[in-house]
Design a protein around this ligand. Structure first.
Ligand code: SAM
Length: 293
């Protein structure tokens, strides 16, 4: 097995501390740096991402290369995008012998993933994997989901509450605009809970790994995507308000209280209903009904 070839991996406290000391590395809070130190976590991530020898994987934020080593052993090729310049010489050493890894020193939000798919994967879907920097979890996820690049799956570590929001269904306390955005583009499943002691430094919050399959999208009526998300955002903007009041006060949506109430009535829904009880399909129907004369 390949993992035997690279027996001395980074995913333990002593190797991690030794590596960061050797380079005088200082953790940058602004980059959300918490490095994995428990081998069970990268093993679980690779397994739940379903990575095989055909796959081209993009890793966001390799850090010192802990998860990258496991990805490299499972995948055909790994493109690891790291913003922190300090980490580049470290990665050169820790990924020596992991010949299918390319490290790019850049911001993932400015990275052309469609070009990576073209150049490294014949234009086919990428698998994205990360222990995400928590300060930009949502912008990264939205860019991955809404962007033009072909992406088959996204398997990421996020804060536990964010994972709960991503997976939540109608009527639950975690349900909101993020749940609907994720569910519009993918099917979501939490695959592991990860406590703070699996990282150096220990984060203040618990974490979870969530797997998104972008090939499994829900069947929905045809709908103007921009308008759908404007309606969703407005419906959750003021949580304690009824849907009618949230929508009628929303900037950029031109509907009167009467128009909204009559759209709801045509859908067989009460005028006093709240946004958090509607399914994605009902939001799509409502978006279409609002424009019906
Ligand atoms: N993958 C490593 C691990 O699991 O041990 C490190 C994970 S750490 C939570 C997040 C990593 O993302 C850090 O290495 C950080 O420097 C990097 N990072 C932060 N913002 C980034 C960005 N905009 N683009 C690329 N990498 C970023």
């Amino acid at each position: 097995m390949q993992s035997e070839r690279h027996a001395d991996k980074l995913a333990n406290p002593s190797r991690t501390i030794e590596t960061i000391k050797k380079y005088g590395f200082t953790f940058q809070k602004r980059y959300g740096q918490n490095f994995l130190i428990d081998p069970r976590v990268p093993e679980r991530i690779v397994e739940s991402a379903g990575i095989g020898p055909e796959d081209c994987v993009v890793e966001i934020g390799p850090g010192i290369g802990t998860l990258t080593q496991y990805l490299s052993e499972a995948a055909r090729e790994v493109i690891a995008v790291e913003i922190d310049r300090q980490l580049i010489p470290i990665l050169q050493e820790t990924l020596e012998g992991y010949d299918n890894v390319t490290v790019l020193n850049q911001d993932i939000l400015k990275t052309d993933l469609a070009a990576i798919a073209r150049e490294h994967n014949g234009g086919n879907g990428l698998k994205v994997v990360a222990n995400l920097p928590y300060y930009i979890t949502t912008p990264i996820l939205m860019e991955l989901l809404e962007g033009e690049a072909p992406i088959d799956t996204i398997t990421v570590m996020v804060q536990k509450e964010v994972a709960a929001r991503m997976q939540a269904g109608p009527g639950t306390k975690d349900y909101g605009a993020l749940s609907l955005a994720v569910q519009y583009y993918a099917s979501a499943k939490i695959v592991a809970n990860v406590p703070p002691n699996c990282f150096i430094p220990r984060p203040d919050v618990a974490s979870a790994v969530i797997h998104l399959d972008c090939r499994e999208r829900p069947a929905l009526p045809e709908v103007d995507e921009k308008k759908l998300f404007a309606v969703i955002r407005a419906s959750f903007g003021q949580r304690r308000k009824t849907l009618v009041n949230g929508l009628k006060n929303a900037a950029g949506l031109p509907y009167t209280k009467e128009e909204i109430a009559s759209a709801l009535e045509r859908m067989g829904l009460s005028e006093t209903i709240r946004g958090e009880t509607l399914t994605l399909e009902q939001f799509a129907q409502l978006t279409n009904e609002l424009d019906r004369p």
